[in-house]
Ligand binder design. Structure first.
Ligand code: TUI
Length: 332
């Protein structure tokens, strides 16, 4: 399949793996890239040596296929991570939870593709002016740190605000979601939650089982009060967190203390005491699969159950911007 996103990133299918903090390592990213999508190593909160090692692992798995890494901009170590990724020459860098203004020039100079994740059309437009190659428009159905807008409202708004390709994220876990994203104007999708249960994903089996069993109302947002809303699966930890957040007398240190180590605990299988980040699309994930199978099914299903010719939609979306660079059956 050929869209402006596949052309830009040099990938075979317009599916980008979401950067899941403490989860998306070299093994997962390598498997996604080897399968024709874009694997992304999540660098937020990780030691620099770990990042270097994971890039090596991903490249061993994916060979010459393009590889991406994500910089979490709230991470105090973001400047060092940004510099390391430039040194390692990862093909694509995505950013989240802020504006990558301080790093954009260095990345562009190094020939890297820069794809900021945005939660508003204003930030998308700012990113385009700054030289971003594409944006991921991530709706609040997504897992992890989220903005306010839903994918349904955000994606068309961002498409109207920029001419660079838009990749939709938040709530996309199967072909119906992918077809819907393209119908909204996207030319690629970013998928996180669907990859939580794949064979190559490192999280504990107990976490995978919770995702597989999740229903549509089984996620909850914590941290709204602190200005850092995070979506994850409902569990003991999330309920305690919500209770504490509602308690006007709660000590901020107590909240901070509950966050400390909560991601690591979940990844290691503490499904009661950990923060199991996941999006609302967990309700659509029922099987384990391999990363390659998940990607193949997503594409096949988009055309069958989604009932859409994605290739045609992608070309129509590119043409609306007046910068069509999309070829169908040899015709521009
Ligand atoms: O960044 C994400 N998702 C994440 S980061 C993360 S790590 C974490 N760990 C523990 C606690 C909290 C987070 C887990 N999930 N997604 C991309 C994203 N970016 N979503 C929303 C935004 C965003 C929000 C506001 C981007 C920019 C923004 O405003 C920036 C500005 O300058 O206007």
């Amino acid at each position: 399949m050929n869209t402006r996103v596949t052309d830009l990133l040099g990938i075979r299918v317009p599916v980008i793996q979401g950067a899941m903090a403490r989860i998306a390592d070299g093994k997962l990213a390598g498997a996604v890239s080897a399968a024709g999508g874009l694997g992304i190593i999540a660098c937020g909160g990780a030691p620099l040596e770990w990042i270097e090692q994971q890039v090596r692992i991903a490249r061993e798995i994916a060979g010459d296929a393009p590889l991406g890494a994500n910089v979490m901009l709230m991470d105090p170590q973001a400047p060092q991570v940004a510099e390391l990724l430039t040194k390692l020459r990862v093909d694509v860098v995505t950013t989240g939870a802020g504006s990558p203004a301080n790093f954009m020039a260095a990345w562009k100079e190094a020939g890297m593709k820069v794809v900021p994740v945005v939660a508003s059309s204003a930030l998308a437009a700012r990113m385009e002016r700054m030289g971003a190659d594409a944006v991921v428009a991530e709706g609040c159905e997504a897992g992890g740190h989220i903005g306010e807008l839903t994918t349904m409202a955000l994606v068309p708004s961002v498409c109207d605000a920029v001419r660079i390709p838009v990749i939709a994220a938040g709530g996309v876990a199967d072909g119906r979601g992918m077809a819907a994203a393209f119908a909204l104007g996207a030319e690629g999708v970013q998928v996180g939650t669907r990859f939580l249960t794949v064979e190559e994903c490192c999280i504990a089996d107990a976490y995978k089982e919770r995702v597989l069993k999740a229903k549509d109302s089984d996620t909850v947002v914590t941290g709204r009060g602190s200005g850092h809303p995070v979506r994850g699966l409902k569990n003991k930890w999330a309920r305690a967190m919500r209770k504490l957040e509602c308690d006007a007398a709660a000590n901020p240190d107590e909240l901070e203390g509950m966050y400390a180590g909560s991601l690591r605990r979940a990844v290691e299988g503490d499904v009661d005491g950990g923060s199991m980040m996941a999006g609302q699309s967990a309700a659509l994930v029922h099987e384990r699969k391999t990363a390659a199978q998940a990607i193949a099914d997503l594409l096949a299903d988009a055309e069958v159950r989604g009932g859409m010719n994605l290739q045609q939609l992608a070309c129509a979306n590119a043409q609306r911007t007046g910068r069509a660079a999309c070829v169908v059956e040899g015709k521009e």
